[in-house]
Write a protein that binds this ligand. Structure first.
Ligand code: COA
Ligand code: AMP
Length: 631
């Protein structure tokens, strides 16, 4: 591999040669003759005539090449005081048995399976077991409430649901079974059965079509990998868009395996024998790509951590895991480091541990603020790499590619576009803007392999949301600018998506819940700056004429409603009653202007505004100065 610039240039000028070479990182049952099919743009098909099995590439091939005794996964759960190691051979055998159980339940190639499970090894086995038999998994994050789970059941139409009796948070055990039961009751589609992993912290009562995980899996025989088309779906992962309904990002098998294997070596500089820890949750894209698939495809040891950065038991949790498991590369969200810094600003817990095994820290999921960057860099004395990506892309769009050629770090910028992604900043008419000028960040289509192929059951929405605004380009939904050195500066979303502690949420979905309250005439939900979580939602509420309600009662009602409809992860606690919302003369709420105020960005008052003083009221509530928060 040449220098970064050479590698990048080749990926853009000759994507077929570039990704055709990268395809050699994967074992194919039928090697592809064709690298890219663009005959149905904006739908693209990578390696259209190739066949493979993703689970085989993640597990079996490492065993067959003599690395069966190497650790595949280390499960570390301070919440249950458990540490368990699985070799590649053990993990393959247990996964094959889960796959056998699914097959015995009638799950076949192309069927979908919902996985609503906590951070336990069985969740990873469940994902890979689906891949093994060509079934399509859809993992739902455990922090979502029943209506969100029901919406995903109705869209994915799973034959079977795999779940557990409970999840564990530092302060409480969360029974999953009542949430699952309620979701199945709410859903129109009824799965044939649910297989429940009983955890001793809270055993579930099984009834009707429920099956016990242990009994079901132990009665099954292991099954082999089936060959699937490179273009067959591997999984659906739902993410928040600007409108209320979640959108199901569809990932294929072939392009995904090639891109993730390539990224492990070239972006992260991680290789077989290394220990890699993505401190995320398998319910998010970071968990899919960098807890499960990429490290295992690359034959690396992955750490599955069930706990928080602080309070499990203290602010030294991360340093213990790094020392005990000899972690070489850590990946987490900046919010995790803000949480540690808040509890242990001097880094005294860090000094109790030998973390010299650590080579790099990668951060993503939200904007990396300079104070957090500097604190992490000084504490760890290793490269701290901000990188930018999305559920849709599945792997980094912009990063400092340590495996090719490290670039100087500019705090606040995730560095330069990764090979495969031709990133541009454009104005509202789609014209490229000059360095230093803010605009909409887009990526020239076709996107590289590993990125979304469509939205499940929503091909039109896929075209409309990502390709209609600037034909020929993928709209990322983020705004920012390039500098003179070609570094990208990502400034924030240009739509109604917010990032709360690295969790992506739709303000539109929260608004729908708030608007249902009988006292509410209209509302807007905006993300405001939060010193720990980056952003948290605030509900700006206009009451119905003549309605009187104690603001504390309203706040408590709305908080509870959002917890029950969306989930605790929304961290929705802040409600402000306002006399009116800023609007245009035609009655459109000025959300973009409010977002700019909340982010502390410059903005021009739209000439169509109905009453400019409405903005003053809002600024007094949501601006960073008003909140007195420094980011
Ligand atoms: N199941 C059920 N509930 C969950 C949950 C899960 N899997 N995950 C979170 N929740 C609940 C929490 O218990 C909390 O409930 P509460 O309001 O009753 O206290 C709420 O959802 C918010 O959780 P969280 O956002 O995790 O906030 P926190 O205050 O508990 O912890 C951080 C704050 C910063 C430590 C934590 O958010 C963190 O580690 N974030 C990193 C996120 C991440 O990895 N993102 C992926 C991108 S890399
Ligand atoms: P998700 O799909 O949950 O991964 O969220 C993707 C969104 O998170 C992006 O569109 C950005 O708004 C934000 N994001 C992720 N990584 C970064 C980063 N390094 N810098 C700024 N924003 C980021």
């Amino acid at each position: 591999m040449g220098t970064f610039d050479d590698t990048y240039r080749r990926s853009i000028d000759d994507p077929i040669g570039f990704w055709g070479d990268a395809a050699r990182l994967i074992d194919w049952t039928r090697p592809p003759n064709q690298v890219l099919d663009t005959s149905e743009l904006p739908f693209v098909h990578w390696f259209p005539d190739g066949e493979l099995n993703t689970c085989y590439n993640a597990l079996d091939r490492h065993v067959e090449s003599g690395r069966g005794g190497v650790a595949a996964l280390i499960y570390d759960s301070p919440l249950t005081q458990t540490v368990r190691r699985y070799t590649y051979a053990e993990f393959r055998d247990q996964t094959a048995q889960v796959a056998g159980a699914l097959r015995a339940l009638g799950v076949n190639k192309g069927d979908s399976v919902i996985i609503y499970m906590p951070m336990v090894p069985e969740t990873v086995m469940a994902m890979l077991a689906c891949a093994r038999i060509g079934a399509v998994h859809s993992v739902v994050f455990g922090g979502f409430a029943a209506p969100e789970l029901a919406a995903r059941i109705d869209d994915a139409k799973p034959k079977v649901v795999l779940s557990a009796s409970c999840g564990i948070e530092p302060t409480r055990v969360i029974p999953y079974k009542p949430i699952l039961d309620e979701a199945v009751r709410l859903a129109v589609h009824k799965p044939e059965c649910s297989v429940i992993l009983q955890r001793p912290q809270d055993r579930a009562v099984l009834q009707g079509t429920d099956l016990d995980w242990e009994a079901t899996v132990s009665a099954a025989s292991g099954v082999d990998c089936v060959s699937v088309k490179a273009t067959d779906p591997l999984y659906i992962l739902y993410t928040s868009g600007t409108t209320a309904g979640p959108k199901g990002v569809v990932r294929d098998n072939g392009g995904h395996a090639v891109a993730l294997a390539w990224s492990m070596a070239n972006v992260y500089d991680v290789h077989p024998g290394d220990v890699y820890w993505a401190a995320s949750d398998v319910g998010w894209v970071v968990g899919h790509s960098y807890i499960v698939y990429a490290p295992l495809l690359a034959g690396v040891t992955t750490v599955l951590y069930e706990g928080k950065p602080v309070g499990t038991p203290d602010a030294g949790a991360f340093w213990r895991v790094i020392e005990e498991h000899q972690v070489n590369t850590l990946f987490c969200a900046p919010t995790a480091f803000r949480a540690i810094k808040k509890e242990d600003p001097e880094g005294k817990y860090k000094r109790l541990r030998d973390t010299s095994c650590l080579r790099a820290l990668f951060l993503a999921g939200e904007r990396l603020d300079s104070p957090t960057y500097e604190w992490a860099r000084d504490l760890l004395s290793v490269p701290v790499i901000d990188h930018w990506w999305q559920t849709e892309t599945g792997w980094p769009i912009v990063a400092n590619c340590l495996g090719i050629e490290p670039k100087p770090v500019k705090p606040g910028s995730p560095t330069q576009p990764v090979p495969g992604f031709e990133v541009l900043v454009v104005d509202g008419s789609g014209n490229s803007v000059t360095p230093g000028i803010e605009g909409e960040i887009v990526v020239r289509h076709p996107l590289p392999p590993g990125t979304l192929t469509t939205l499940h059951n929503a091909g039109e929405r896929f075209v409309e949301e990502y390709f209609a605004r600037h034909p020929g380009f993928y709209l990322t939904g983020d705004g920012g600018h390039f500098d003179e050195d070609g570094y990208l500066w990502v400034m924030g979303r240009i739509d109604d998506v917010i990032n709360v502690a690295g969790h992506r949420l739709s303000t539109g979905a929260i608004e729908e819940v708030v608007a249902r309250h009988p006292a509410v005439a209209e509302c807007a939900v905006i993300g405001i700056v939060d010193s720990l979580k980056g952003q948290v939602p605030i509900g700006l509420v206009v009451l119905k004429a003549g309605v009187e309600i104690d603001p504390e009662v309203l706040r408590s009602d709305l908080t509870q409603a959002v917890r029950e409809s969306i989930g605790a992860v929304a961290s929705f606690r802040n409600v402000q009653v306002v006399p009116r919302l800023p609007k245009t003369r035609s009655g459109k709420i000025l959300r973009a202007t409010m977002r700019a105020i909340a982010d502390g960005r410059d903005y021009t008052v739209p000439s169509t505004i109905e009453d400019p003083t409405a903005l003053d009221d809002i600024t007094r509530i949501i601006s960073p100065e008003a909140l007195n928060t420094v980011v």
